[in-house]
Ligand binder design. Structure first.
Ligand code: MSP
Length: 651
């Protein structure tokens, strides 16, 4: 981001109050929070907005079903969102509600401006109406050209008086905007979808309703009290009313937004309607609209009726809020769907955070204490580790764009490359051997290299894991703030004389899932014209195909057998200790006694399923499973063709 853009405005969608917060809402909000925290760290003036979307027929109905007024109901659910974001330490600057008076005034003002410039006209809306849901559906939404996509009942063509926005007028202007701003829609693959949709022709948009009351009234100047505004006009306007549009416009200098973060299901509203509304209002267009994918469970969309919704609070409470943040931002490439599983979360915590980051810190705490009474100087880093220093510095210099492109997974992957450089530097330089040879300066330089890499990772990881990284910085004797960002990242400086502090391990190993999540209800799938047919071939062969993401939920690793012995009284089992490059070897109870003598296994390598829930066999804990191939003639363990480092990933 250039220095000229000092004001950074970041938004989440405003969440409907007809549902309580779930993991999908938490995901959008955590991404936005991370970008906001990063921008603040760099020193930009940030305004970060979130809130709730409270009008519309669905909310009116949800309130009615609970015997409450829409406002009382909206108050209740809106508070649930706000409370959760507060518990999650989301650093929003404003929490907007579409029932806020000043927001509603701002929406009315926008209507007046659009009406005055001829972009709004009154006509008759003809549509397919579902009486039961009291909702119009477009032809493409209908099932079999007739049935309601929500309740499956028959719809009928109904006419209703409505005000329309001249969306068609903006078709060419929108196309010109996408063309001139290749990064307006992120990820870039989504931009083509939008362009194709617009090229197919835009119809004018019905922006008022007379069939329900729970909405913003038209401005008094239009004098048509039967109409309320269509929820999307009301909702999208929140991005500018939050800055004072139509009221006290003091904060409008934050406009245009740096990025609107949204889910892919609401891309059309943000990438087509919203820019058209803004053009009509004579306001600038946002810099980016970033659309993320869905979180699913076992490949299925989460929904209350399927009973497979993941409660973000439960997960964060059990695994640690910041570990959960790290997982969400690391696990899924932006724009793609991600399947939530506790096993994948545990693997990220144990492997990326525990092994790669936490152990690295422990290693230098231990060595600096033992050899130098915790006092480390950075003076000789470039003398003895010029190559590593250069490589790591290059990484720190190139990660920022990934963040503003919302490629948080790539950003984290890059940071982790620097941790690998640091870990490898210790393994190759072997400071303990250098100490024995009296080459203290060299040993000190290696520890200082690692301390400095860790310091920079802590700064750049701060927006993702604020408290954890503050602890790392504390152990390295510095504070993370804009000043240290400028020194360590901006200017590439090293820490001056470091006095390392001992701290407790940051990422205790997690052995088994900590939350009992409900398994999806095994309900009969309703036959509906929308249900996808199982592909014929799959049916015939009885093969359940899995996606690549599902495959990667299994963590396969190479391990070295450290010891092996028979399990007393068992004909089949051997007890192995297998080194997976972790703090301690894993105990694995394997049914291979018939084919392998214990001694023949020691020192050999095996392939281990490393994220299997631990189980007890003959009363002994087994923390993994060996892969083997078996046929009529016997069983062979799967091994790498050439020896590989213990803990190497297979896949
Ligand atoms: N109120 C509108 C947004 C108006 S913004 C001017 C809305 N609200 S929502 O509560 O239904 O959804 C808010 C966001 O949550 C959307 O971006 C949506 O994509 C996201 N998610 C809801 N379920 C999700 C998942 N299962 N996974 C990821 N995100 C999903 O739409």
């Amino acid at each position: 981001m250039s220095d000229t853009c000092k004001k950074v405005y970041i938004t989440t969608p405003i969440y409907y109050v007809n549902d309580v917060p779930h993991i999908g809402h938490a995901y959008t909000t955590i991404i936005a929070d991370t970008l906001a925290r990063y921008s603040r760290l760099v020193g930009y003036d940030v305004f970060f907005l979130t809130g709730t979307d409270e009008h519309g027929q669905k909310i009116e109905q949800a309130a009615k079903a609970r015997g409450k007024s829409p406002k009382a109901y909206a108050d209740e659910i809106s508070a649930r969102f706000k409370d959760l974001w507060d518990e999650f330490e989301i650093s929003y600057d404003k929490f907007i509600r579409t029932t806020d008076e000043d927001h509603m005034r701002g929406v009315q003002k926008a209507f007046e401006v659009m009406y005055a410039n001829g972009d709004i006209y009154k006509d008759v809306y003809r549509g397919n109406y579902c009486v039961s849901c009291e909702t119009f559906f477009t032809e493409t939404q209908l099932v079999d050209n007739e049935f309601c996509p929500e309740c499956g009942r028959s719809t009928s063509v109904v006419e209703e008086e409505s005000y329309f926005f001249r969306l068609s007028k903006y078709q060419d202007k929108l196309l010109a905007w996408y063309e001139a701003n290749p990064e307006s829609i992120l990820p870039k693959s989504k931009r083509n979808e939008v362009i194709n949709f617009v090229k197919n022709g835009l119809e004018d948009l019905s922006i008022t309703r007379t069939s329900f009351d729970w909405g913003v009234k038209l401005p008094a100047s239009v004098n048509d009290p039967r109409h309320v505004m269509y929820v999307w006009l009301d909702a999208l306007m929140n991005y500018v009313t939050a800055l004072g549009y139509g009221n006290d416009e003091a904060k409008m200098d934050f406009w245009p937004a740096k990025i609107h973060l949204i889910g892919k299901d609401i891309l059309r509203f943000h990438a087509i309607y919203w820019p058209a509304f803004l053009m009509s209002l004579g306001l600038e267009l946002p810099q980016h609209i970033g659309a993320h994918g869905w979180w699913t469970r076992n490949g299925e969309k989460m929904s209350k009726s399927k009973g497979n919704v993941v409660n973000p609070k439960e997960i964060a409470d059990a695994y640690g809020l910041e570990n959960f943040r790290y997982f969400m931002l690391r696990e899924v490439p932006f724009g793609q769907d991600g399947d939530f599983s506790q096993r994948a979360l545990i693997d990220r915590i144990n492997s990326d955070l525990g092994n790669d980051l936490g152990n690295l810190l422990n290693r230098i705490i231990g060595m600096s204490g033992k050899y130098f009474n915790y006092a480390v100087k950075s003076a000789d880093v470039t003398r003895y580790h010029a190559k590593e220093w250069e490589e790591a510095s290059a990484i720190f210099g190139r990660v920022e764009p990934y963040l503003y492109e919302v490629q948080t997974n790539r950003y984290l992957e890059e940071l982790w490359k620097s941790l690998r450089i640091a870990n490898k530097a210790i393994d190759t330089a072997m400071p303990w051997a250098k100490m024995k040879e009296g080459r203290e300066d060299e040993a000190m330089a290696t520890i200082a290299l690692v301390a400095n890499i860790l310091a920079k990772v802590a700064v750049l990881l701060h927006p993702f894991m604020p408290k954890t990284t503050e602890k790392i910085a504390g152990a390295l004797g510095f504070v993370i703030d804009t000043e240290s960002y400028r020194r360590l990242i901006g200017k590439g400086e090293t820490l001056e004389d470091i006095v390392i502090q001992k701290i407790p391990p940051l990422f205790p190993r997690i052995e088994a899932p900590l939350v009992a999540t409900p398994e999806p209800k095994k309900e009969e799938k309703k036959e509906s014209p929308k249900t996808k047919e199982t592909p014929k071939k799959e049916k015939e062969e009885g093969v359940g195909l899995i996606t690549i993401d599902q495959f990667f939920q299994t963590s396969l690793k190479i391990g070295t057998v450290v010891s092996a012995e028979e399990v007393p009284k068992s004909k089949k089992l051997l007890k192995l200790q297998v080194d997976l490059g972790e703090e301690r070897p894993r105990q694995i109870i394997a049914g291979i006694k018939e084919w392998y003598a214990p001694d023949s296994l020691v020192g050999t390598q095996v392939c281990v399923v490393a994220n299997l829930k631990p189980a007890k066999l003959m009363g002994l804990l087994s923390e993994g499973m060996l892969l083997a191939a078996k046929d009529d003639e016997g069983l062979s363990l799967m091994r790498p063709e050439h020896p590989r480092k213990a803990g190497s990933a297979v896949g």
